[in-house]
Write a protein that binds this ligand. Structure first.
Ligand SMILES: [Zn+2]
Length: 363
């Protein structure tokens, strides 16, 4: 298959063509110079690395009714928030089935990987692994130890199963707990992520001292706080639709201005469909609504490039012959690719190289 139009990847945005053999990129070149091959399928569009949903809580995907209009704390705070009652009251098999449905939806929408905060300790991580098996979506599972005071055996077992730890928020934890979790993650070579300054501002010291790999939200962080995050080199995951439900928004314009590595997530599956396309459009539109516009280029990088870097898989975000990239193609005009990707793309426009199907079936 030959795609002529534009390329958006780790190296930026540019016009060009990409030739595929199956799903593999075999040739990349300047627009207008592709050699013609008889019988070859030709498509006009934009070639981009597959998006990553960089912050999910798939465990609560079993919710089927409108959640109550309430505060963040009443909604998602452990142990008795709406979400934790939902997790408690839902049988494990239903939770696994719901997580799997969410993952298959992500796969249909072109998402290749998800970074999930998985509650419910070691069994929670095991259920996520079960749900993700053969789903076509690679899941980075950030588990959560349950015992307080911390149980070293549980933490060790958790880090044996999970890719790291994803915590509620620093202030939800008793003194000393965070340091022990952070140290255990480092020793095990696993990741540490936590929510920060979501519903109210927290002193950056409370989360940066843990040297986390990923901070989620920072909706209430000041510019000075963000400067500290920048200095620490920490990546930030933002979830604009989730914040909006509670009357907040992520500081997208400041994150862009400070060039803080930023990734996008859809947050709780009980609140939002795990669609990165919806997230992208909402990021763009809501930043305009707030009179703090953010560029489509920044958002496109946050969806398609930065998460692959964070995952240590930059080669997945570079569209060139010989890389591991398995790009997707969107049938969209190629004159202003980032803008098209951010404001126009949906799964219906996806063409999957290597597949006879278009419109989002499994490749
Ligand atoms: Zn979250």
């Amino acid at each position: 298959m030959l795609v002529e139009g534009a390329i958006v990847d780790l190296d930026g945005v540019r016009p060009g063509y990409v030739r595929f053999d199956g799903a593999t990129v075999v040739e990349v070149g300047t627009l207008g110079t592709a050699s013609r091959r008889p019988g070859e399928r030709r498509v006009r569009g934009i070639v981009v690395p597959p998006p990553v949903n960089a912050h999910t809580h798939l465990g609560d995907a079993s919710a089927t009714v409108e959640p109550p209009a309430t505060t963040v704390a009443e909604m998602v705070q452990p142990p008795d928030g709406f979400k934790f009652r939902l997790l408690r009251d839902t049988p494990p098999t239903r939770k696994v089935a719901a997580m799997r449905r969410a993952l298959l939806r992500m796969r249909r929408e072109g998402i290749a990987a998800a970074i999930d905060f998985r509650e419910e300790g070691v069994p929670g991580v095991r259920r996520l692994r079960e749900a993700a098996r053969s789903s076509g979506v690679e899941v980075l599972a950030l588990g959560r130890p349950l015992a307080r005071p911390l149980d070293d055996a549980e933490l060790t077992e958790l880090l044996g199963e999970a890719d790291g730890v994803g915590l509620s928020a620093a202030r939800d934890e008793p003194a000393g707990t965070l340091e022990r979790i952070a140290a255990a993650c480092r020793t095990a070579g696993k990741r540490l992520a936590l929510h920060a300054s979501e519903a109210e501002r927290e002193d950056p010291e409370t989360y940066l001292r843990l040297q986390p790999d990923l901070l989620v939200h920072l909706a209430c962080a000041s510019v000075a706080d963000l400067e500290q995050v920048k200095a620490a080199g920490t990546t930030v995951a933002v979830c604009a639709r989730s914040n909006a439900l509670f009357g907040r928004r992520p500081p997208l314009a400041e994150l862009a201005r400070l060039r803080i590595p930023t990734v996008l997530g859809t947050d709780n599956a009980m609140l939002h469909a795990p669609s990165i396309w919806r997230e992208l459009e909402f990021d763009y539109v809501s930043s305009r609504l707030a009179a703090a516009p953010v560029s489509a280029e920044f958002l496109a990088r946050a969806a398609f490039v930065e998460p692959w870097r964070w995952l240590g898989r930059s080669s997945f975000a570079r569209i060139a012959p010989g890389t591991e990239a398995r790009p997707i193609v969107l049938r969209l005009p190629a004159d202003d690719p980032s803008y098209q990707l951010v404001t126009r793309a949906t799964e219906h426009l996806i063409v999957r190289p290597g597949s006879r199907r278009s419109g989002g079936g499994p490749a």
